[in-house]
Ligand binder design. Structure first.
Ligand code: RFL
Length: 405
């Protein structure tokens, strides 16, 4: 089994296959130091933690993460919380930075004797509809990062029975599928997000989503000393327009409620996120299976991308395990069909959350009307337990549906 990419999808798949005694090799474009430092997600759903724990991959996650079962909404100086954990019978989130999970998964895979080549970009995959697939890699980087016997810059071919494309949206796997075999569905959202990471303690005990006429503001949790924030910005805005003082002033204004203070600190990272959603159908072609962001991307609203990636990896591991146990290929053949309903349900939830919390883009004549609809929806979320329970079901994530591999 060839696995392209050492992100959450590739590493979960590699660990679970290794435990099942299925030979696999992971090939990653970047260095180990780079992937272990790449800060992205932080919200881990209950069923994701559950799945990792069942495979002995969650020791540090369970010991060091913070547990959250409610989130807060703010608008026009008002605030209210939705106890989604209680509303879903205990499906709380764990907050744990993605790069820590990646570090833990690399450690366990290598510790159990796994083969992982860092600094090995895959440039193409051939033979997807023949009896053997070939990964072509072109190693780069320092000799110390290269595998045994592989010279710097020498192209390497790896023969595999199957390939898992776990290489994110910009990877090499999806483009290796012949034209016309996959159908892509996408949407570029009508606003951008400025994503901010700061060495600042959280100013809240739960994630905050704030709707303000100027635009959305979010306060996410990461660790006791690091926090993440998001600001809705116009499409095409640039990081250079956002000096630190403007960021803090805007967060303070959009998040404002009585008797509350925003704690500040050194801003370590700002970027403008490409607010795009994308799904490819089917999520497989011949010997290739697309897993995680390689098959679908979702905006960070609701913290879903990494959780979907792990669920894809779990389903593919289940199908491969059945196949190698001699149970036939029906689960492998049905991989995409098994995953797509949840992928679309999650896309729908994420877009719903964006509609709820983002100011209609200025200039449109119906913006004030749309804003009133948002306020009505927020009031229903606050006042109706049925409405809140539906939100909680989507926010907490699907019930565990994967049977143990
Ligand atoms: P990844 O993590 O992008 O990993 C892909 C790996 O493949 C490597 N690669 C290649 N390797 C070899 N050859 C090539 N040609 C290659 N091309 C690429 C890359 O170097 C990389 O190591 O995809 P994966 O595993 O599918 O995981 C997906 C998640 O990373 C992603 O969905 C989440 O980060 C999304 N997301 C969030 N998800 C959540 O579930 N909860 C959250 O709270 C959350 N917050 C976020 C997020 C994403 C964010 N950004 C940056 C878009 C917050 C942010 C700011």
């Amino acid at each position: 089994m060839g696995i392209i990419g050492a992100g959450p999808a590739g590493l979960v798949l590699a660990n679970v296959l290794q435990q099942a005694g299925i030979g696999c090799v992971v090939v990653e474009r970047h260095t180990r130091a780079y992937v272990e430092a790449r800060a992205r997600a932080g919200v881990i759903e209950h069923r994701t933690a559950d799945f990792l724990a069942r495979h002995g991959l969650a020791d540090r996650l369970l010991a060091e993460s913070a547990r959250h079962g409610s989130c807060e909404f703010r608008y026009q100086g008002e605030r209210f919380s939705v106890p989604y954990g209680a509303l879903t019978g205990g499906r709380d989130h764990l907050v744990y930075p993605q790069q820590f999970l990646v570090r833990d998964l690399i450690e366990s895979f290598l510790g159990a004797g796994g083969t992982l080549f860092f600094s090995h970009p895959v440039v193409g995959v051939a033979g997807l509809d023949s009896d053997r697939a070939v990964l072509r890699c072109e190693p780069a980087g320092s000799d110390a990062e290269l595998g045994d016997g592989v010279g710097r810059g020498e192209p390497v071919d790896i023969d595999c029975e199957f390939v898992a494309g776990c290489d994110g949206f910009y990877g090499a796997a999806r483009p290796s599928v012949p034209a016309g075999r996959l159908r892509a569905f996408g949407r570029q959202h009508e606003f951008g997000w400025l994503a901010i990471l700061a060495e600042a303690p959280p100013s809240t005990e739960e994630i905050i989503y704030a709707l303000h006429e100027e635009g959305f503001a979010g306060h996410m949790l990461r660790t006791p000393t690091v926090s993440r924030y998001y600001l809705q910005v116009p499409v095409g805005d640039a990081v250079e327009n956002w000096p630190d003082a403007r960021i803090w002033a805007t967060l303070r204004r959009r998040l404002a409620v009585a008797d509350w203070e925003l704690k500040t600190g050194r801003i370590t990272e700002t970027s403008i996120l490409d607010m795009r959603s994308f799904v490819v159908e089917p999520m497989q072609y011949g010997r290739l299976f697309l897993v995680g962001d390689a098959a679908h991307i979702i905006t960070p609203a609701g913290g879903k991308g990494m959780n979907l990636a792990v669920a894809d990896a779990g389903e593919l591991a289940r199908a491969l395990t059945a196949y190698y146990a001699g149970a036939g290929s029906h689960l492998l053949d049905g991989y995409s069909a098994a995953r797509l309903p949840e992928v679309w349900r999650t896309q729908e939830f994420s877009r719903w959350l964006l509609n709820l919390t983002h100011s209609p883009v200025g200039g449109s004549t119906d913006a004030p009307f749309m804003h009133r609809l948002q306020l009505s929806r927020l009031a229903q979320l606050r006042d109706s337990e049925t409405f809140a329970a539906t939100f909680a079901d989507g926010y907490a994530g699907a019930r565990p549906v994967l049977s143990p591999v």
